[in-house]
Design a protein around this ligand. Sequence first.
Ligand code: M6R
Length: 596
Amino acid sequence: MCGIVGYFGSKDGMGAVVEGLKRLEYRGYDSWGLAARTDRKILIHKEIGKIGSFNLKKDLPNFGGKICIGHTRWATHGGVTAINSHPHLSCDGRIAVVHNGIVENYQELRAALEKKGHKFKSQTDTEVIAHLIEQELRTKKNIVEAVRSALKKIEGSFALGIIDRENDILIGARYASPLVLGIAKDEFYLGSDVPAFLKYANQVVFLDEREMVVLSHGKSGNAQFDLMNIDSGKKIKAKITKIKWSAEEAEKGGHPHFMIKEMLEQPLVIRKTAATEKEELEKAAALIKKAKRVFVVACGTALHAGIYGSYLLAKRNNIMVQPISAGELSYFSHLFKKGDLVITVSQSGETADVLEAVRSAHKAGAKVLALVNVLGSSLMRAADRSILTKAGSEICVLSTKAYISQQAMFAMLSGALNGETAKMKKSLLEVADAIEKIIEKKNLGKIKTLAKKLSKVPNLYGLGRSLNYANSLESCLKIKEVSYIHAEGFAGGDLKHGPIALIEKDVPVMVFATPDSTEKEIVSNAMEVKARGAFVIGISFQNNSVYEEFLPVTDLGDLTPIAAIVYTQLLAYYLALEKKLDPAKPTHLANGVTVN
Ligand code: M6R
């Protein structure tokens, strides 16, 4: 939630900051704001809504500076107003702060600061940080010490960009929210993720927990950075990573929305997953084999991929894996123990509930294996072992290619567990070919026509069994997230235990069939709903007269669901377009839920 960007250098960096914010809009777009330090003044500009069409040169021609910060907000504390938008200032206007995270003890801090005479303007938790630094400046010898001291008093999470009217300095700091430093010639960038500044800098430092970076001018006048631990103040040697993906990879590549671009990339994602190194898979498989009990913990789409993984490991490897929603984990985590393995799945690697799961697992002495998509993310660093899923940068809030990359990685793990990595690799390459067929132009036309037909329905359901149960959930999650049609997925076996009461004339039901013994059972379910008037859409390896609409998928055995889901991702997208909704801006959602 929320994206931050910073620039420190020798030229006007505001253009780069605005560009960075546009790239970070997926993290929140309730409002946005900018601050620049120029001639020992801090300029501030804030607006409600999305930064999308804002044109700096045209809309704000004289706004800029060599030290700048920006923020795009997903509101947590305080409504969507210009006053609550970041950057926030100290009383004296000396300190400006942008923040991603939550200051959990902000009420106590605010009360204490108010007693000392500080006047607050907003209802946000962030504003306390600016006032706290101002307060600390009264006793500390310099701005760096004041910031360190203030941060030590904050409970909660933060990724921060801080500028000071009185000093040529930009400070970044992180705890439990992501922050990356970008290094270019004589200039630096800060960003919540790499694409925020990748066009300008491809050498990066992923800040670790409780690290702070101070950007300033050295004695020679050149821009320099100092990395340090917030608590001890000790300098840390920075590990510089060279980012190999191009800025273009993070762009829409000519498509109207990232969602469609990312869905069309899925054959490539599967091929990349098939190329995962054998040794890496075997090390992860060894952890699974060694574990006394295995859990899979994740949220939303990633949890659905984990559910698919748990069925796959049960069916192919005879391993019992218990899926748990990370948001519900705290009611079970006291039962974790040494010998357990917690497999966490996350696109962003920054989901707060998932990171909390890692902490609980470690506290109990359990091991953590992460399937994670973002290199250098908090999850990747916190896990005992991690495998990078191969979705590449997923910008769209609606997770599509990350889902199939996670399903495919479970397939590779399943292969490695049975000593069949090469065989599984081959099967995955067939999945890629099958998806290639689904995304062919003629099929897209068919799905668009279906979307037109369904765009006015108030309710829609999904049914699946065994390996396709996860798809029944995921297809409906995608449809509700982007088209706002009420959609629910059920297990075929649960149909008669309640959901069948919802079936009425013409209600669409998407039925996912797996090429195994469960096919007969799901076809029976399809008949049961059709008998009650449902419009049955079959997504299957073979047609059946019960299906009024048939979406064919190649028979890929246990991997068939990985291709099948692509139909419903596309359906969700076209439903949104039919309803004149913007798939890039699903209401209230943001990529990377970094707060519990
Ligand atoms: O980054 P993560 O995979 O940990 O995110 C988990 C969920 O928040 C995410 O999958 C969410 O459900 C998406 N909006 C799905 O489209």
